[in-house]
Design a protein around this ligand. Structure first.
Ligand code: PZK
Length: 292
């Protein structure tokens, strides 16, 4: 009771948390979107944080919003946030969110690859035979999914399913916007030596009906970034940011048995430092700006 009251007088009330980000409501109706330093791997939030990760991903997202401003409006209002969130939070306009993850895939991996192996299609879109893990697709695909409750995986759906959920005009517009944003971002990333294999957007609607890009965008947490020089279809591609973490967790050194269902152990300091450096490198390569 008392804590809730204090939360209100300080002006922000916690409303939701994902694995690595937190959402607060301001008392004027706006939202505070906060990126933490938490990191997930193999579907677990690890017991170790990565210093500066929240600030790096927020800076990256802000930079992308600017790059994309002529393609789609976004929910960012301000970065003037409470001091404990400085650099890793955005004040955003509150939208009516579409209950859809707007995924675009330029390459085959993850659940897209799983669908393809099982059905020869991804989200009902037929693909040529002979594609392998990491293959570039003939053209980028819009492959929507439904947001699953926390702890479960999103489920790929067809465009017809999506249209049944949000209406065919909204479905067509989300598809158009997501593909346009991906095309712009993929071209920027490629010039900087990063393959943007796939990415997930969330969109919402203003009271006047305008569709707006929300969430964080085009970060390693919402996208698969691959180092372009190491891209080699036919095997799982190394992750730009998390490869040191995955390699250590699955090595004997970690003592962790992924199949056991146990929570992963804390990361050693050198893995933390190298992973932090990868996030900084991704930011610097994409933006051409120095970190700090
Ligand atoms: C909104 N999420 C996902 C993000 C979480 C959950 N601009 C907006 N307006 C209304 N709702 C949302 C947004 C945004 N972005 C986003 N859920 C609601 C989410 C961060 C942490 F726990």
């Amino acid at each position: 009771m008392i804590l809730e009251h204090l939360g209100t007088v300080t002006g922000y009330t916690h409303i939701a948390s994902g694995k690595v980000r937190d959402l607060y409501a301001l008392d004027d109706g706006r939202l505070l979107f906060v990126a933490s330093d938490r990191i997930s791997a193999f579907d677990y939030v690890l017991p170790t944080t990565i210093p500066d990760k929240g600030r790096v991903l927020t800076a990256m997202s802000l930079w992308w919003f600017e790059q994309l401003a002529d393609v789609v409006p976004n929910h960012l209002l301000s970065t003037d946030v409470p001091p404990e969130f400085a650099g890793r939070a955005m004040i955003c306009e509150r939208l009516e969110m579409f209950p859809i993850e707007a995924v675009v895939r330029g390459y085959l991996a993850g659940s897209g690859l799983a669908d393809y192996k099982r059905t020869g299609s991804v989200c009902g879109i037929p693909l040529p035979a002979g594609l392998v893990d990491g293959s570039q697709l003939p053209e980028p695909l819009f492959t929507p999914s439904t947001k699953a409750p926390q702890g479960q995986h999103d489920q790929n759906i067809s465009l017809d399913d999506m249209a049944a959920e949000i209406g065919s005009a909204n479905a067509a517009e989300l598809r158009r916007l997501a593909l346009a944003v991906y095309a712009r971002a993929e071209s920027i990333a490629r010039e900087r030596g990063i393959v943007l294999a796939d990415t997930k957007f969330e969109f919402g609607r203003r009271p006047d009906g305008t569709i707006v890009l929300a969430d964080e965008v085009l970060t390693p947490d919402s996208s698969r970034f691959w180092p372009a020089d190491l891209w080699e279809p036919g095997r799982p591609q190394p992750s730009f940011d998390k490869q040191f973490v995955r390699d250590w967790l699955t090595s004997p050194a970690s003592g962790w048995d992924r199949a056991s269902g146990a929570t992963p152990p804390p990361l050693p300091a050198d893995i933390v430092a190298k992973t932090r450096e990868k996030y900084v490198e991704a930011y610097e390569r994409l933006t051409g700006l120095a970190w700090n």
